[in-house]
Every structure is written in structure tokens, then in C-alpha cells.
Write a protein that binds this ligand. Structure first.
Ligand SMILES: Cc1cc2nc3c(=O)[nH]c(=O)nc-3n(C[C@H](O)[C@H](O)[C@H](O)COP(=O)(O)OP(=O)(O)OC[C@H]3O[C@@H](n4cnc5c(N)ncnc54)[C@H](O)[C@@H]3O)c2cc1C
Length: 282
């Protein structure tokens, strides 16, 4: 079985803050990391390697420094790593991203053999669209298992998985080849072993450019993107709050809180609170 994990290098969003004077994001000094959901996809690939002897590969599209994300990914014991990097890929929306990734996957398959399972994270913490996994599945005509948080069985023909839906969970049988998008509920990512760390340091990921994958520049990056970000704005700072009650008895504090809520026409909420209070008094 051959397994590919697509990962994205993103700015560590837990460190991105807003400069309220300029209303811009402060990106300086913000480290680049593997997108958090992708770590869980890598963990699944490591499981498949251990339990089924799967051959594993990792792919990212990004600038040259995305090599570091690939090296980090190798700590999961992944066998091979590929970087898709070319100026023409820059400024891609999700359609242009999946165009390049799909051609990159075709190219890698020439060396590696056909991928049975392609894993992505559920969504990237920066772009946040969650469209790349479904986009790759569509381009390749593969089954899609999105929002996967548990794998129950894997055979050469299918995967049985549990995915999250709006009001609960759904167990699905997904025919291979398939694209699975993995949520952060999937098993905790491991710490790499020392041999994997040493290998990651020495390993040179293979780099492919637009020509290598036979990409049409008109369909890549900014020019291949049907959507444009015409403006980005930082959300306005939230208004400061007031302390409604400091030293009151709990019941008194709750009453004050209710009065305040009424002012903000949180009517439905107030109704619920009233019902609770009435039933308490009885
Ligand atoms: C309307 C629009 C316009 C945009 N314009 C620009 C722009 O002008 N310039 C710009 O730099 N960006 C732009 N972006 C962002 C860019 O499109 C996204 O970063 C990229 O398409 C991936 O989408 P995402 O971040 O939402 O990933 P998601 O779809 O949320 O990612 C899901 C998963 O797909 C995989 N994945 C995502 N991206 C990659 C990748 N590059 N390599 C390998 N695997 C990947 C990962 O496993 C990830 O967990 C734009 C986005 C939108 C929606």
C-alpha cells in the first residue's frame, strides 16, 4: 500500500498577533510550522506504515523554506519527501493549488507507484478553507472521506472510518483509492525517534518545478486563480467589558447579570434563565 500525505507550512498562528496601531498582522519572527491538522495525517501515515507496511511519502507546495516542514515530517518515519516549488505557483487560490498538487502527485507516482490513500489535514489554520483535500479527490476522481477522526479498518480495497458530521458521527466505508482529510481528533502526533531525527537532518527532499510536473503556467498560481483576495482587514478590536458585580452574593450577582443581559436584548437567553430561576424558587 502506498500512502501520500500532503502538508502545508503555515505561520504559527498561535504566535500571530494584531498590531492595533497599524491594524496589521505582526508576522515578524513568527516561526513557520506544519499545519496542526496535518500532524495528525502524518500520524495516520506512520500507523499505516507500522501496521500494514505501507510505503509513505510526503508532499508540500510552497517556497524553498518549506523544505523544513518536510524534514519535520520525516520524523514520523515517512520514507520520501517532495517539494513543489516554483514562482509560478505563488498566489494560488485553492483551485490553482489543487491543480499543481494533482500534477505533482502524478509525477511522484512515476517513481513511487500509485497512491492508494492520499491524506490531507481537514483544513489549514491560515487559509482555513478546507477545500484542498476535496479538490484533489475531485481532480483524481477518487473517493473522499472528509473530517475523519478514527480509522477502524484498512484493507487493500477499502477503509472503514468514522467521520464527524454536524450532529454526531458517521461510520463510512471508503473505496480506495481515496483522499482522506484528517481532523485533530485523530491520534496524538508522536515525537520523532533519534534515528528518524538523524535521517531527517541528512535527507534532501526532491524538488519539482512547474516544468517538471508539466504544469501550464496559465493555470498555476495567481494567473490560474479564479478568485482574488482584493482586500484583507483585521477585525475591529472588541469593546472592553464592565465588571457587573464584584462582591455580591452569587444570587444577587446572577440577578444583576440578568438585568444586563436584558439590556443587550439577549431575550431568548434571558427567557431560559428566567425559567431556570423560577424552577429554582419553587
Ligand atoms: C479566495 C482566495 C484567494 C487566495 N489568494 C491567495 C493569494 O493571492 N496568495 C496566497 O499566497 N494565497 C492565497 N490564498 C490562500 C491559498 O489559496 C491557500 O493557502 C491554498 O490554496 C490552500 O488553501 P487553504 O490554506 O485554505 O488550505 P485547506 O484547504 O484549508 O487545507 C487543507 C489541507 O490541504 C493540504 N494543503 C493545503 N495547502 C497545501 C499545500 N500548499 N501543499 C500541500 N498540501 C496542502 C493540507 O493537508 C491541509 O491541511 C487564497 C485563498 C483564497 C480562498
Amino acid at each position: 500500500m502506498n500512502v501520500l500525505v500532503c502538508i502545508k507550512q503555515i505561520p504559527d498562528t498561535t504566535n500571530v498577533r494584531i498590531d492595533r496601531k497599524t491594524n496589521n498582522l505582526i508576522r515578524e519572527g513568527v516561526p513557520a510550522v506544519i499545519n496542526p491538522d496535518d500532524l495528525h495525517a502524518l500520524e495516520l501515515a506512520a500507523h499505516l506504515k507500522e501496521e500494514m507496511g505501507a510505503k509513505t511519502c510526503v508532499l508540500t507546495m510552497g517556497p524553498p523554506q518549506a523544505i523544513n516542514a518536510l524534514k519535520d515530517a520525516l520524523m514520523f518515519g515517512i520514507d520520501e519527501a517532495y517539494l513543489l516549488s516554483d514562482r509560478t505557483f505563488a498566489g494560488a487560490d485553492t483551485l490553482a493549488t489543487t491543480y499543481a498538487l494533482n500534477l505533482g502527485i502524478n509525477k511522484i507516482e512515476e517513481d513511487f507507484g500509485r497512491f492508494d490513500i492520499i491524506l490531507t489535514g481537514k483544513q489549514a489554520a491560515d487559509g482555513d478553507t478546507g477545500q484542498v483535500g476535496p479538490g484533489i479527490a475531485t481532480r483524481r476522481g477518487y473517493s473522499l472521506g472528509a473530517y475523519i477522526e478514527k480509522i477502524e479498518k484498512v484493507t487493500d480495497e477499502y477503509v472503514i472510518a468514522v467521520r464527524r458530521i454536524d450532529r454526531g458521527y458517521e461510520k463510512i466505508r471508503i473505496k480506495l483509492p481515496a483522499v482522506l482529510t484528517i481532523t485533530h481528533e485523530f491520534a496524538k502526533p508522536r515525537y520523532g525517534s533519534l534515528p528518524d531525527l538523524i535521517r531527517a537532518i541528512k535527507y534532501e527532499p526532491k524538488v519539482l518545478n512547474a516544468k517538471d510536473i508539466g504544469a501550464d503556467p496559465k493555470l498555476c498560481g495567481f494567473f490560474g486563480s479564479p478568485t482574488r483576495v482584493v482586500r484583507t482587514n483585521v477585525p475591529p478590536a472588541r469593546k472592553g467589558g464592565d465588571i457587573i458585580s464584584k462582591n455580591d452574593e452569587p444570587k444577587k450577582a446572577a440577578e444583576r447579570l440578568l438585568l444586563e443581559l436584558k439590556k443587550f436584548s439577549a431575550i431568548r437567553l434571558v427567557e431560559i434563565f428566567n425559567t431556570i430561576l423560577e424552577s429554582d424558587e419553587k
